[in-house]
Design a protein around this ligand. Sequence first.
Ligand SMILES: Cc1ncc(COP(=O)(O)O)c(C=O)c1O
Length: 451
Amino acid sequence: MANILANFELLHSSSKKLAAEASSVFPSGVTHDARAFEPFPIYVEKAQGPRKWDVDGNEIVDYIGGHGSLLLGHNRPEVIENVKNALLRGTHFGSSHDLEIAWGQQVLKMVPCGEKLRFTSSGTEATMMALRLARAYTGREKVVKLSDHFHGWHDIVVGKLSNDESQPQSLGVPDSFYESLIIVKPNDIGSLSDVLANNEIAAVILEPTGAHWGEIPLDSGYLQKVRELTKKNNTLMIMDEVITGFRMAPGGAQEYYNILPDLSTHAKIIAGGLPGGCVTGREEIINILEMNAGGSNHHSQQQDRVAHQGTYNANPISAAAGLTALKIISTENVTEQANLTTKKLVNGLNNIFRELSVPGSAWGMSSMWHFNLGYEAPFPNNIEWDAREAPRGVPDKKLMQALRWSLFNHGVDLMSHGGMVSATHGDKEIDDTLTGFTNAIADLRSEKLLA
Ligand SMILES: Cc1ncc(COP(=O)(O)O)c(C=O)c1O
């Protein structure tokens, strides 16, 4: 580890200086938990297509892709052009504008369950609104989420698995929030069925790929059973498509799996790399946002409806970027292209693991990939996880930490134990990534961190 870490520090000395400055400005020196990194995070100067360059001049194959928002890669020319045009018109009108209509129409055209929508500024806001709409629509208070599934950081979805579990995901959430959140183990259809049978659940919210964009996959057929059970119990099914939307297919996971939720939540790709999100779905549910939803015409901000404000909702710059990105996704084969690249990458990684007798395996789902390392994990038959046992990722935290340092030293940045592939990643990026992994495996072995 000494050499891997020493090389990391040597190659990233300018990042180290910036991190020292940042540590007195931000907690842990960062502005998003996922960007925290020991001994310091890297600082990026610029990005293009599938790559980014840090402040020390290191070139990096980027698998974070704007936390999953950049299916088209960094700086897709049409997106940049239309953002520039929108900027010249004004950054914020505090009024309605033409681009938000075109953007909304484009979303409704692409998302199968979408009959009407409301824009938000982030995915967290989208799931918060979807759950509030579900409560308002059903008149029920409790909601169900699946353990480990991530839906943002607001109070309603920050939970713990059971009352006797000591560790909530966050301090500062009032106990009353836990009372209205029920967490069920994924793939356990019996538990879900029992919970729904009481007819007191407003909605089930889930990541359609399984937790963390497929890191803990769902059994095949599980989503369909959730759909059937929720329908039977008059509970709404909310697909959180913040990551999967416009990625797994132009219409997201609901198109890919051919399962229609009542509501779906979106962010990331929807806004073309700028801030933005939305809730869409059945019109009669979304219409609870109508000013006269309760039947009166008093234009109430508060009564008989779900109120919704938000200074940056559908801001014109996000609208321009989002509209342009979505049009490209609906007319070019970008999702298929990224899926194909991911398949090649996963197969390439598994070939390396086999050839070098590395204990581990890789798998993928659409243009998202993951790997296990440090234990004898089964290989998938194709690229999707199909083993009976659940994947374990990289249980040895020291190994994972050293792998990240080493991969940075060899020009690869991961998102968690894997990454997001864009339509701009190609054979060159796959070659560079496989070379990066081969070198990292040698580094880890030389420091006796990997068998
Ligand atoms: C599935 C899912 N839902 C919701 C969110 C929250 O979105 P945001 O970070 O835009 O608030 C995320 C963010 O990664 C996510 O992956």
